[in-house]
Design a binder for this molecule. Structure first.
Ligand code: BDR
Ligand code: CA
Length: 324
């Protein structure tokens, strides 16, 4: 079938998430943006326990008017670490304790890794994976079914930090929660974009826009407003807006030109101690003494996001989530 240049074929995407206030914002965008074809959503323990993540994900998709997208339950703990939730950020239920209704349906009758494999290989065009959570499901997928990489276009993951961490001074939560899984993701052998804290923290929706979303008559738009309000306290107190968080990684798939990336070697620190879970990004212009003395190691090259056009991504988000 010929494609209309005004309406390019949607990009097939799968989101792997730990919904999660900002994962919910990401799902709302993916469901509503015409450039994306959200083919499946897989769930993993992170912000809350995996059953809570499944429940939250199903509820968000229903509120967004997209109840048919397959959702699968995935790993209930990281590869080696214990579960260490972020309920102090995301509320007891992982969704800001907004009192949302329980979902009407249940997840599919297969596990996340199987659903990922099936949907990736069945897609007529290579899939873009968007992990917005600890990478446990993705690592299990890559180790169980490595053949999937032949139909993966790119992995755009929220995780890591070039500069400052949040879970520790140097480690970002998703990578810190399951460092071994993140290391496996980075060596997947497909193009990878790292949407880390350096850009993640910056994309904030102004307070006036958040208030407008909250007043909407559409349940999905209203939910976006409520979720952004919950993310408000960390921003300008005079006019508390809300950060898009994980939804920024979805913006990066829709509109990569809004992001400045540099292709750089990235390595996850796996040793015990204060740096465990850090994404060590090598920004040096030339090899150092370590390499000159023969210590060079093979390291994956990753497109690391260093700058983001905040206004562009906020506008993209609001257009899609309100313009239904
Ligand atoms: C990441 O951790 C979670 O709390 C958010 O959903 C995001 O994916 C930020 O460090
Ligand atoms: Ca998340």
């Amino acid at each position: 079938m010929p494609t209309d240049p005004q309406r390019p074929t949607p990009i097939p995407v799968i989101i792997d998430c730990d919904t999660g206030i900002d994962d919910a914002l990401a799902l709302l965008l993916a469901v509503r943006h015409p450039r994306l074809d959200l083919r499946a959503v897989t769930c993993v323990a992170g912000n809350t326990d995996v059953d809570g993540v499944v429940r939250n994900t199903l509820t968000v998709l229903e509120q967004a008017g997209a109840p048919g997208i397959p959702v699968a339950r995935g790993a209930e703990r990281p590869l080696i670490e214990a579960v260490r939730t972020a309920r102090h950020v995301h509320g007891h239920d992982g969704m800001g304790d907004l009192g949302l209704p329980a979902p009407a349906r249940t997840p599919v009758d297969t596990d996340a890794v199987s659903l990922l494999r099936r949907e990736i290989l069945a897609s007529p065009r290579p899939v873009t994976l968007i992990p917005t959570a600890p990478a446990t499901n993705i690592a299990l997928l890559l180790r169980t079914h490595p053949e999937v990489t032949r139909n993966i276009e790119r992995i755009v993951f929220m995780g890591g930090a070039v500069a400052t961490g949040n879970a520790t001074p140097v480690a970002e939560f998703n990578v810190w929660h399951d460092p071994e899984a993140a290391a496996i993701l980075l060596t997947a052998g497909v193009p990878i974009t790292m949407y880390g804290l350096d850009v993640f923290e910056r994309v904030v929706v102004p307070g006036a826009d958040v208030r407008r979303l909250r007043a909407s008559t559409d349940p999905g738009t209203r939910l976006a407003g409520a979720l952004l309000t919950h993310r408000g306290p960390a921003t300008d107190e005079a006019d508390p807006g809300g950060g898009l968080g994980d939804a920024g990684a979805v913006c990066a798939v829709i509109d990569p030109a809004g992001l400045t990336t540099h292709r750089l070697p990235v390595e996850v620190v796996l040793s015990p101690g204060p740096a465990r879970g850090q994404t060590l990004v090598d920004r040096r212009a030339r090899p150092g003494e370590s390499e000159l003395h023969g210590d060079a190691r093979e390291q994956p090259l990753v497109d690391v996001a260093l700058e983001v056009d905040v206004e562009r991504y906020v506008a993209l988000y609001l257009d899609a989530v309100e313009g239904i």
